[in-house]
Design a protein around this ligand. Structure first.
Ligand SMILES: [Mg+2]
Length: 191
C-alpha cells in the first residue's frame, strides 16, 4: 500500500495563475494592482473587495477562456508524474478553490496530466466562511508543495515558487521550480 502522500496545491504551484488573475481584476475594477502590491495576498483588504465578491470574480476568471487555459508552472508536467512513479507516491491536489470549481479543475488535470496522476482533488474553499485549513484535511506526514508559507509551515513540505507573499518564509524548504522540487523531494520522503 502506498503510504507516501504528496499533496500539491493548484494555483501558483501547478498552474501559473496570479499574473493573469491580476490582469482580469485590473480590467474588471479599472485598477492597476501589481504583483508587488499584494505582499500578503490580501487583495480584499487592500482594495475593499469583500470575500464573497472576490470568490465571484475568481470563479468568473477561472471559467473564462483565459482562466481555463492557464499555463503550467515550469517543469511540473515532467517532474510530477516522474516523481509519482519513481517513489510510488499517492498524489492529491489540494486547493483553496471552492468545490463549485471541481469541473474545470478536473478538466485542467485531465487535459495536461497522464490519467491517474491525481488520486483525488480536495477543495478547501468555503463560501461565506473561512477556508478549511489544509492541515485539517491532510494526513499527518503528508508532504505539501504549496506557494503559501502558512500552509507549508503547518503541514511540512516545500514552499514553491518565487512570489511577493513569501517574505516570511524563515527556514522553510524552498523550490523555485519543479526541477528543484525533483531534486529535493526524495530527501524528505519517509523511508
Ligand atoms: Mg496556491
Amino acid at each position: 500500500m502506498r503510504t507516501r502522500v504528496l499533496a500539491v496545491d493548484c494555483d501558483n504551484t501547478i498552474i501559473e495563475q496570479i499574473a493573469a488573475y491580476l490582469g482580469f481584476l485590473n480590467r474588471y475594477y479599472r485598477a492597476n494592482i501589481c504583483l508587488g502590491d499584494i505582499p500578503d495576498r490580501n487583495i480584499m483588504g487592500r482594495y475593499g473587495i469583500s470575500a464573497e465578491e472576490l470568490y465571484q470574480r475568481e470563479e468568473e476568471f477561472l471559467r473564462s477562456e483565459t482562466g481555463r487555459h492557464l499555463p503550467l508552472c515550469v517543469g511540473v508536467l515532467e517532474a510530477l508524474p516522474r516523481l509519482r512513479k519513481k517513489y510510488d507516491l499517492y498524489v492529491v491536489m489540494v486547493t483553496a478553490r471552492l468545490e463549485d470549481l471541481r469541473d474545470i479543475t478536473q478538466e485542467m488535470a485531465d487535459r495536461h496530466f497522464p490519467p491517474g496522476t491525481f488520486e483525488e482533488i480536495i477543495f478547501t474553499g468555503r463560501r461565506g466562511a473561512k477556508s478549511v485549513r489544509k492541515t485539517e484535511i491532510l494526513p499527518a506526514g503528508a508532504i505539501l508543495i504549496d506557494d503559501h508559507p502558512g500552509h507549508v509551515r503547518s503541514q511540512g513540505g516545500i514552499l514553491f515558487g518565487d512570489y511577493p507573499w513569501q517574505h516570511d518564509c524563515g527556514d522553510l524548504i524552498r523550490a523555485r521550480d519543479w526541477f528543484r522540487v525533483e531534486e529535493i523531494l526524495p530527501g524528505l520522503l519517509p523511508p
